[in-house]
Ligand binder design. Structure first.
Ligand SMILES: O=C(O)CCC(=O)C(=O)O
Ligand SMILES: [Fe+2]
Length: 276
């Protein structure tokens, strides 16, 4: 088992740190349960072939489109192609993001050719499993990118406790009615030590939310211990609520490379929408 839990505090529900907090397959039932917050995560070990994953991770680390996130703390993390958060409410950056979206999707797909890219595999499963299907997110009618590769450099890269909400990045009409935001991460390369994913089972308080907006993350010393700490392995898929607090600890001894797709949920009767 790759997941370990630790109790987040007194008064926790009886089995919230047990294996009952995870499911091991991306199915209709597990997605519905995750969207209702009945489980902490869907963790599918070996979702994609490890050798193919590590091969693409090596390409990502020396990719010509590898740049850093633009914000204060997350700028320690590299990413291949522009993610939506870097549009920063700026019309020119927003236009650049949408112009690059489809070519970037095709380029990421080509990195995996002749194999299916794991993010495309996730897209297909979401389309097949969710009651109302799933689509690429469009904002003001323009397609979004999906499939950002994130490169955490050894020792220096960290995601402090934070959450991710699309409403904080855009007021496009398409995001009206979002009730939950998930994130699917596919791990392509993870060093033996560090690079753990920490999950809390709660949204930030309003004071924490303000700090996250200001400085991109919380000082871990100000937050209780996480409910779950997962050391992912290359090839694993983990889906969890990005609206709840989560963090990534520094990787030791090598790069940590993942692929991420956010997923907006408006209830079972509306299609899921995904983007990076
Ligand atoms: O790389 C990870 O394990 C999760 C990173 C993260 O903050 C996210 O996907 O929103
Ligand atoms: Fe995040």
């Amino acid at each position: 088992m790759t997941s370990t839990g630790s109790d987040a505090g007194a008064g926790a529900a009886p089995d919230r740190t047990g294996d009952g907090d995870f499911t091991r397959a991306l199915t209709r039932d597990s997605l519905l349960r995750l969207a209702r917050r009945e489980i902490a995560a869907i963790h599918v070990p070996g979702f994609c072939d490890r050798r193919i994953a590590e091969d693409v991770a090596r390409k990502a680390v020396r990719h010509k489109a590898l740049g850093n996130y633009h914000k204060k703390y997350t700028s320690t993390v590299g990413r291949v192609h522009m993610p939506h958060i870097d549009t920063a409410w700026n019309p020119e950056l927003t236009a650049r993001y949408h112009d690059a979206a489809l070519p970037s999707i095709h380029e990421v797909r080509a990195l995996f050719a002749p194999y299916l890219s794991p993010v495309d595999h996730v897209r297909l499963l979401l389309q097949e499993c969710w009651p109302a299907g799933a689509d690429l997110l469009r904002l003001r009618g323009r397609p979004c990118f999906v499939g950002a590769l994130r490169v955490f450099h050894p020792t220096t890269s960290v995601f402090p406790p934070h959450n991710d909400r699309i409403e904080q990045e855009t007021d496009a009409p398409e995001i009206a009615g979002v009730t939950e935001q998930l994130v699917a991460n596919i791990y392509l390369q993870v060093p033996e030590e560090g690079g753990d994913l920490q999950l809390w089972r709660r949204d930030p308080t309003s004071a924490e939310a303000r700090t996250i907006l200001e400085v991109e993350g919380l000082d871990p010393a100000t937050v209780e211990p996480p409910a779950h700490v997962i050391h992912p392995r290359a090839g694993d898929l983990i889906v969890f609520s990005s609206r709840m607090l989560h963090a990534v600890t520094p990787a030791r001894g090598g790069h940590r490379v993942g692929m991420a797709a956010f997923i907006a949920c408006k209830g079972p009767d509306e299609p899921l929408q995904y983007w990076s």
